[in-house]
Design a binder for this molecule. Structure first.
Ligand SMILES: Cc1cc2nc3c(=O)[nH]c(=O)nc-3n(C[C@H](O)[C@H](O)[C@H](O)COP(=O)(O)OP(=O)(O)OC[C@H]3O[C@@H](n4cnc5c(N)ncnc54)[C@H](O)[C@@H]3O)c2cc1C
Length: 619
């Protein structure tokens, strides 16, 4: 846990219940009730932090190779952010467009990522996806079919062919249900409602993790030689976001950075063009995603003057141009006074057959109907929303290794596949394509390791410092609630590191961040370690870390590329085809540039071929 008041180092010791490998510890906590810090110890050959699609796919691979990993998540089993993924998952199956192939999928991904992606990561994802989709299909995901029984595929923004496989508009939920069924069939141990706040690390190797049970408040020390971080991204740090409020706060990135790993590409935040407009539909809906599938199925964008404005910004690809292009176009329309009174625009699919809309977009139809809007007859009011963080932990994509021994990462937690902007449908793809590879590699590492669960004095001392810090945090009785500071932080990021950025704004953002950080000394947590208030306080700590990294890297990148638009540097500079790598050391954050590798021959050929969607196929 970072950014919070320093721990009291003279904290009492704890009981060690020595949990059985991969199983939950037996029995209750026998620690003295008047001790400040009590905790249980759980040992396991592999700890997977995160039970979304990425964590689930890694753990299935581990279990299939005979291991018994322990999977933990901070919500109930099956209830991860992945369930909100709607529109679909990419694989060059060629069901409808037989010319499609993995190098074209890779080329589309690199073009959308403005060639900042790690070509190996992209190629591994694109090459493995057809097999991963067939596997998910076999395992039971009920993908939509064509009349002749093939897996159906829809258009998605900036893709040359129909490549996005889908289950209506609930693809992520359907996928996670199937992965969880499979994990349960393999009897993979799982622990729900556990929040990890620190990795046990000396900076060069990780020996476990520390956290607490969110239902009982009990401290937990997980002792293992192998930790897989699959804890998601950080888009919820923004005030207006499409992800679940209580996830995607930046846990994975803050934990990894603090443990000695590097972060990459953190300045690149994807603003999805079509979030619901809170002023129109209610604050609880603000920023919630209107799936790209609406545009994929032919949805059109209009400004308040009734103009189909994408004709001016992207006459060929229209509404299906890249997300950054469409999001900036909407921001521009609003700024120039052609938006709705709520600073939105209209998204209309009512020209299509109502039955077709109901079949392809059932969740959207139902959600808007509950709000009194029949999308088969009338438009939706939408505007950009923070949706996905391309940045994350810097890994080797064949192995998931982070450069810190024993620590691996995967899924939205990491950076590399998406470069400066993510192609819709590629995130779910990455979770399973790379998840399987990471699972394979970690199994080999565990097999080569004589797992010794002994806890050294140093590890115990580190854990107890963290438990003390958590106890101290829970006892905070100042004047300002974590919810208040989280809201202010979200506003700060939206204002200073939003769709349009510049040097002065980013500097102001960093100044405001310092002031906000100082106010954490006056925090008031309302309730114990099982309270929402305490969880928000921990969220605040990680979000402050990623916010600083984001602002600093956005300031460092003096060009515009993909999702990062600098109004003071509006051009894309060839010399800036470099990643920004962030590390934390005693001197604070360091930011270094790193060159990007070149793609392989087949992908170069696909790039030279210049494939591009002709939007008018859709009409
Ligand atoms: C509204 C919406 C729609 C989307 N639609 C699509 C789509 O159509 N196609 C597509 O490809 N992508 C889509 N995405 C993106 C995609 O959903 C995510 O990128 C993907 O699901 C990430 O999966 P993951 O397993 O990496 O992480 P997550 O699903 O976010 O899982 C993270 C896990 O980590 C756990 N966790 C987090 N922090 C901690 C902690 N401190 N301690 C313990 N556990 C922790 C969580 O409880 C959870 O189990 C969409 C995203 C949103 C928001």
């Amino acid at each position: 846990m970072t950014n919070l008041p320093p721990a009291d180092h003279g904290v009492p010791t704890a009981d060690d219940h020595g949990g059985v490998d991969g199983r939950l510890p037996q029995g209750g906590d026998e620690a003295d009730s008047d001790r400040e810090v009590q905790y249980d110890v759980v040992t396991t050959p592999v700890l997977v932090i995160g039970a979304g699609a990425a964590g689930a796919r890694v753990s299935i691979e581990l279990a299939e190779s005979g291991l018994e990993p322990l999977v933990i998540g901070k919500r109930d089993y099956g209830d991860a952010h992945t369930t909100w993924a709607a529109g679909g998952i990419n694989a060059a199956l060629g069901s409808l467009d037989p010319d499609d192939d993995w190098p074209i999928h890779a080329a589309d991904t690199l073009n959308e990522g403005h060639h900042l992606n790690d070509p190996e990561a992209v190629e591994l994802t694109a090459r493995h996806m057809p097999d991963r989709i067939r596997e998910l299909d076999e395992w039971g995901v009920s993908f939509a079919r064509t009349d002749d029984g093939k897996i159906n595929q829809r258009y998605f923004g900036a893709q040359s062919y129909r490549r996005t496989c889908f289950v209506g508009d609930r693809t992520g939920e359907a996928m996670l249900e199937t992965l969880i069924d499979r994990a349960q069939a393999l009897e993979i141990p799982y622990r729900e409602n556990v929040m990890i706040t620190r990795l046990l690390s000396d900076g060069s190797r990780v020996d476990g993790a520390v956290g607490f049970d969110m239902e009982t408040g009990e401290g937990l020390l997980f002792r293992t030689n192998h930790v897989v971080l699959a804890a998601g991204g950080f888009s919820a740090a923004y005030h207006r976001h499409s992800s679940r409020d209580d996830e995607n706060n930046g846990d994975a990135q803050a934990l990894a950075l603090e443990a000695g790993a590097r972060l990459l590409d953190t300045e690149f935040v994807q603003f999805h063009p079509t979030g619901m407009v809170g002023e129109r539909y209610g604050e609880e809906w603000d920023g919630r995603l209107v799936t790209e599938a609406v545009r994929g199925e032919g949805g059109r964008l209009y400004n308040a003057d009734g103009e189909r404005f994408m004709e001016r910004y992207s006459p060929d690809q229209m509404e299906l141009d890249a997300r950054d292009v469409v999001a900036r176009a909407i921001a521009q329309e609003v700024r120039e006074g052609r938006g709705t009174e709520n600073d939105g625009v209209y998204l209309d699919i009512s020209h299509r057959d109502p039955e077709y809309i109901r079949e392809r977009l059932p969740t959207m139809v139902d959600r808007f109907a509950e709000l009194g809007v029949e999308i088969t007859d009338e438009p939706m009011e939408v505007g950009p929303t923070a949706h996905y963080t391309m940045g994350g932990v810097d890994i080797d994509f064949q192995t998931g290794e982070t450069g810190v021994d024993g620590l691996y990462a995967v899924g939205e937690a990491v950076a590399g596949v998406h470069g400066a902007n993510r192609l819709g449908g590629n995130s779910l793809a990455e979770t399973v394509a790379i998840g399987k590879l990471v699972g394979e590699h970690v199994s080999e590492q565990v097999a080569a390791d004589d797992h010794d669960p002994t806890i050294t004095d140093g590890q115990r001392a580190l854990a107890e410092r963290e438990f003390a810090a958590l106890a101290e945090l829970a006892a905070s009785d100042g004047d300002v609630t974590p919810e208040t500071l989280l809201e202010e932080l979200g506003d700060l990021l939206w204002t200073h590191a939003g769709i349009l950025r510049d040097e002065a704004g980013l500097h102001d953002g960093l100044d405001r961040l310092e002031a906000l950080r100082a106010r954490t000394a006056d925090l008031r947590v309302d309730g114990d370690r099982t309270s929402r208030s305490f969880e928000y306080a921990v969220d605040l700590s990680v979000s402050l870390t990623v916010a600083e990294v984001l602002l600093r890297t956005a300031l460092e990148r003096t060009e515009s590329r993909g999702a990062h638009y600098r109004a003071d540097y509006p051009e894309t500079e060839p010399d800036w085809r470099q990643n920004l790598v962030v590390a934390a050391d005693a001197g604070g954050l360091s930011i270094k540039r790193r060159g990007v590798a070149e793609p392989s021959e087949p992908v170069r050929e696909a790039l030279e071929e210049g494939y591009e969607l002709d939007y008018h196929h859709l009409e």
